[in-house]
Design a protein around this ligand. Structure first.
Ligand code: AMP
Ligand code: MG
Length: 488
């Protein structure tokens, strides 16, 4: 058994001090033969953990749930959620929160094992996860982090030595996730449904203390909480849009109060720019298509606001008015976050009236010519318009001249604008064919070298290194239409 002080574990489990209904005490189910296949050393170090001690058989035991580090208090969290628009009771059906690690700098992070066995919330499920989707979540969440987008992180993947029955028998795995918390809109929906006003107040106070401590003394702190979450989610979703990330399953249980990306299931990055892009095999209506992410965010936030109504005002009408006021600001907030990001992507270092139509024009030309989203902005950042297949079209040429004229009109030197563009336009993203290639080598051949190389490249998305050139290539046409599946 690892001594917590040796490996650096330093748990302080505030969520488990909430009243009972918010969680169930549960132990992870031990697995037959844990083997550590991915380990995030730099993340471990930043959490105050001893990576040398953990990159070992002992570490594999902890990350598989076979050994509980000292100070941990494993629980499954209760939550509900609107899934594809329908309210459902959920909860951690295959995840266990080991506890909250306090880092040397005093930050608090949930350490959660995903795929660690059945819990009281498992319903018909087996509580397990398979290797491919856990590796996929590791790659994409770490890439999202490197892109500068708030997200939960991935600390480790262990294989369990057990097989998991899906359509076929697949190798089992456990992913260790790290997040500022796992408070979801669905956690509030759960409180509202089963605990009433007292439970909502307890949870809202907890969320404020954990994520928005500056609001604690404010008289209207619950309305402020709502406003802050609206702003953080608007900012988050704008960031997704700006890199072409499609979450795929924006149910309210997959939307955090902290404003971080969470629950990577059927997510993927768009290749050619098409606002209607959907990857998830179960999203037949396109509810969570690229273009729907911003409005769905707003819809989800309305569900959040509804749970908080009793805290806004004792008079229901006034409570609703306060909620609607806050909620109606979402669109403007989203648009301004998006516009700010788009200006950066195009090298605008000030604001000009014609920026919006210029941006919209580029997007519609890209759509018409099915231009690759990432590579178009990459080509512009490198001042290589000839690298985009649109370059020979009169409409793009016309747009390009207008854009150049816009850059000339600002005081900043063009070279500095291009440099700044490179900080906002990733040269490399986890393209679907790259991720699939890495997963296939790992799962089929137990060869992790492809994935390790990919992770290294994805850790520097803005490096524009010639060494990364091959990772910017487009997939063969047979890769489309790409389909993703829920994290089973
Ligand atoms: P997700 O699609 O990962 O957001 O999961 C939705 C809900 O289904 C959550 O309550 C999960 O805990 C639960 N769930 C997903 N897969 C399993 C499984 N294999 N066993 C038990 N519960 C699961
Ligand atoms: Mg989920």
């Amino acid at each position: 058994m690892i001594q917590s002080n040796e490996a650096g574990w330093n748990f302080n489990n505030s969520y488990a001090r909430l009243p009972d209904p918010f969680f169930e005490k549960v132990e992870p189910d031990p697995v037959i033969e844990p083997e550590l296949v991915l380990f995030n050393k730099s993340l471990a170090e930043s959490l105050g953990l001893d990576s040398k001690k953990l990159e070992s058989r002992e570490g594999a035991d902890v990350f598989a749930g076979n050994e509980i580090p000292e100070g941990a208090f494993p629980i499954a969290q209760a939550y509900a959620g609107h899934q594809f628009g329908n309210f459902t009771m959920l909860g951690d059906g295959r995840a266990v929160l080991l506890g909250e690690q306090m880092t040397p700098s005093g930050e608090r992070f949930d350490i959660q094992l995903k795929g660690s066995g059945r819990t009281p919330f498992s319903r018909g499920g087996d509580g397990r996860a398979t290797l491919g989707p856990m590796l996929r979540e590791y790659i994409i969440s770490e890439s999202i982090h490197a892109l500068g987008i708030p997200t939960n992180r991935s600390l480790a993947v262990v294989t369990t030595g057990e097989s998991v029955l899906r359509e076929n028998e697949l190798p089992g795995a456990v992913l260790t996730r790290v997040a500022p918390s796992h408070l979801r809109i669905g956690t509030f929906e759960y409180a509202a449904q089963w605990g009433g006003e007292e439970a909502i107040k307890t949870l809202a106070d907890y969320a404020i203390k954990r994520h928005y401590p500056e609001l604690q003394e404010k008289e209207d702190r619950y309305v402020k909480l709502f406003e802050e979450v609206i702003d953080r989610q608007a900012a988050l979703i704008a960031k997704w849009q700006l890199v072409g990330f499609i979450h795929g399953v924006m149910n309210t249980d997959n939307m955090t109060i902290s404003g971080e990306t969470i629950d990577y299931g059927p997510c993927a990055f768009m290749n050619e720019y098409n606002p209607a892009t959907v990857f998830s095999s179960i999203d037949v209506q396109g509810r969570y298509a690229y273009q729907n992410q911003p409005p769905i965010g707003q819809w989800n936030l309305a569900r959040f606001g509804e749970t908080l109504l009793p805290l806004f005002h004792e008079n229901q009408e006034q409570a609703v008015e306060l909620a609607q006021n806050a909620h109606s600001k979402y669109e403007e907030l989203y648009r301004s976050h998006w516009l700010e990001g788009m200006r950066k992507k195009l090298g605008f270092q000030n604001e000009a009236a014609q920026d919006e139509p210029l941006i919209d024009d580029l997007l519609s030309i890209m759509k018409k010519h099915e231009a690759d989203f990432t590579n178009t902005f990459r080509a512009l950042s490198m001042d290589k318009p000839e690298d985009t297949p649109m370059n020979d079209t009169p409409e793009f040429k016309n747009w390009y001249n207008q854009w150049q004229a816009r850059l000339d009109r600002q005081e900043a030197l063009k070279t500095s604008s291009y440099e700044r563009m490179k900080q906002s336009n990733p040269a490399v993203i986890p393209r679907n064919h790259l991720v699939e290639g890495a997963l296939e080598a790992a799962v089929k051949d137990r060869d992790y070298s492809v994935m390790e190389r990919l992770l290294e490249v994805l850790a520097e998305p803005y490096a524009y290194s010639s060494k990364h050139e091959e990772y910017t290539k487009l997939p063969p046409a047979c890769d489309r239409p790409y389909r993703t599946f829920c994290g089973t």
